[in-house]
Design a protein around this ligand. Structure first.
Ligand code: ATP
Ligand code: MG
Length: 319
């Protein structure tokens, strides 16, 4: 923590949600929003809400969607100095609709929005020069300019003895873009902490077996792997062989978007604040579970008091 803030790079978006389940957006329907969103933004907001020093390299438009996001981040204590304001592009957006089986269809406007114009600005360089940890969301690699900022940040932070975390966060809609596999390999070589969810573990390791995947990733030098399992909780795999399973809090799921980001930010921030992996895992699972109980990807992000209250008052699965 003393080394400097946790920083991230990537898309700031507003999210607009369909109010009914079904297949996508081919018919007129009611939408609910805008909500502040974007995986890196959700993540960094959660870091700040837990009292961690936090900053983000991003870009918004000169519009209400941008203002909504920047104000939210600022109010929660995120360093927004490296969020640039585009003069000719609107803030990015994501339209999301759930299907009955729980899967989601997205329409993203990222690459040709302000989010697509992320650059290594003077303000970004200044933030990087102060940073102690870099967290990378796989989704950010879809943005052309983000790759350079990410690599620059990782190299600078590494040089100063800082650490790196990676959430692959692969969305099928974004998979086709850029040289994603190469960026993936680079992140696996550089991450100290990996936060995959479900299948992403196998995609990262290139194998279909959990134990083999974990061993392979540890061999690459990743010290901590924390696998997210949705309502079934999460598992910690340490390089020394330690394993902790947290079976999950029992909650009513209203809106699962953002759970993984809240989880990752809480795990990382707890670790950076000096807590051990087992406690950090429980706290992370609590932040993820709490977040799904409220509509909007950032609505349920807890501060420390709210997190402690949730942990003390929410039933948990034992298996
Ligand atoms: P995202 O959609 O944000 O990318 P993800 O797939 O990365 O999410 P999840 O596994 O869905 O991550 O959620 C992260 C964590 O939040 C889980 O490991 C779990 O601890 C908690 N969580 C998520 N959904 C639920 C739920 N329905 N009930 C209880 N806990 C949940
Ligand atoms: Mg995720």
């Amino acid at each position: 923590e003393n080394l400097g803030p946790t920083i991230t790079v990537g898309e700031i978006l507003v999210e607009l949600m369909a109010t009914t389940t079904g297949f996508g957006f081919k018919e007129a329907q009611t939408l609910y929003g805008p909500f502040p969103s974007g995986a890196p933004a959700i993540f960094i907001d959660q870091v700040a809400r837990l009292g961690g020093a936090a900053g983000i390299i991003a870009s918004v438009g000169n519009d209400d969607f941008g203002a909504l996001n920047v104000e939210r981040l600022q109010n929660d204590g995120v360093d927004t100095s490296a969020i640039s304001k585009s003069t000719d592009r609107p803030t990015g957006s994501a339209f999301v609709r759930y299907r009955d089986d729980g899967s989601r269809d997205f329409i993203f406007n990222i690459m040709h929005s302000a989010a697509g114009s992320i650059e290594l600005s003077a303000q970004a360089k200044a933030l990087i020069a102060r940073a102690g940890h870099v967290h990378v969301m796989g989704s950010a690699f879809a943005i052309p300019g983000a790759g350079l900022a990410i690599r620059t940040a990782i190299e600078a932070v590494r040089e100063r003895g800082g650490s790196v975390s990676f959430d692959p966060n692969v969305r099928k809609e974004l998979l086709g873009s850029g040289n994603l596999r190469q960026q993936f390999e680079y992140m696996l070589q550089n991450a100290d902490l990996l936060l995959p969810s479900g299948e992403e573990l196998f995609v990262a390791a290139g194998t279909e077996d959990e134990a083999t995947a974990v061993t392979h990733l540890h061999d690459l030098g990743i010290d901590e792997i924390v696998l997210k399992r949705g309502k079934d909780g999460a598992t910690y795999f340490g390089a020394t062989g330690a394993r902790y399973d947290f079976h999950g809090f029992v909650v009513e799921e209203v809106d699962p978007t953002g759970a993984g980001d809240a989880f990752g930010a809480t795990y990382l921030t707890s670790r950076r604040q000096g807590l051990g992996p087992e406690v950090s895992l429980e706290r992370a699972a609590a932040a993820g579970a709490r977040n799904v109980t409220l509509q909007g990807p950032m609505t349920g992000l807890p501060n420390t008091t709210e997190l402690d209250t949730f942990i003390a008052s929410t039933p948990r699965r034992t298996k």
